[in-house]
Write a protein that binds this ligand. Structure first.
Ligand code: TMP
Length: 221
């Protein structure tokens, strides 16, 4: 079409893993690398990412801390916060060609409220269709660490009530994540990366995954 060039959609890439898996560190490294390779990239986190959803994050955590809410209540509230974030942050970026790297998304609801707390996976997938719609992630990178490593790395919980859960809870969450990655849960494109080695070693594995996602070679920074 004359005078018109379609903007290529950005990629929506989610980093997942239990507490202490190194998502924050790896997202920062991935952003730096993609920017250095000329790609447009933003980073974000869930729950949160936009002001309303950050307020909801505190609210959900407070209800959880006070044991006032079960798996279904949490599920609904996480998706309510997510809906704001999808509309205000994810959609506009993806649509204008900027890739979004997110620290968690609804796979965490499946792992924590589903596997961890016994909530229904089919309900989670059903609400995801409503709240996330066609803005589902292009790829999910699971940083896999053992329950023992997760417990050890989360020794100083920073106001996150989930970090105070038992070792059995984290065993269920981690087993759930592994199963989801192996079965491409939600018909999503999952990649499992060993999150236990030194951050530089994990980062190289993540770069290889990113090359696969973007179908191009990336210069290391
Ligand atoms: P994080 O920012 O340290 O990853 O903390 C977010 C916490 O919230 C983490 O303990 C996992 C939990 N969480 C859920 O339980 N369900 C969800 O859907 C999301 C996004 C996070």
């Amino acid at each position: 079409m004359k005078g018109y060039m379609a903007i290529k959609r950005g990629k929506f890439i989610v980093f997942e893993g239990s507490g202490g898996s190194g998502k924050g560190t790896q997202i920062k490294k991935a952003k730096k690398l993609l920017l250095a390779n000329g790609l447009k990239v933003v980073t974000t986190r869930e729950p949160g990412g936009v002001p309303v959803s950050e307020e909801m994050r505190s609210f959900i955590f407070a209800l959880k801390e006070r044991k006032l809410i079960g798996s279904e209540g949490q599920m609904v509230l996480f998706f309510a916060a997510r809906k704001f974030w999808i509309d205000k942050f994810v959609k506009p970026n993806i649509d204008n060609g900027t890739s979004v790297l997110s620290d968690r998304c609804y796979m965490a609801t499946a792992a924590y409220q589903g596997y961890g707390e016994g909530g229904s996976q089919s309900q989670i997938l059903g609400i995801a269709d409503v709240a996330v719609g066609r803005y589902k992630p292009d790829a999910v990178i699971l940083l896999d660490i053992s329950p023992e490593a997760s417990m050890k790395r989360r020794e100083n919980p920073d106001g996150d009530p989930y970090d105070k859960e038992s070792v059995e809870f984290f065993e269920r969450v981690i087993a759930g994540y592994r199963k989801m990655a192996k079965t491409n849960w939600g018909r999503l494109n999952w990649y499992m990366v060993d999150g236990e080695p030194e951050p530089e070693v994990v980062a190289e594995a993540v770069v290889q995954v990113l090359e696969n996602i973007f179908s191009r070679k990336l210069n290391r920074v």
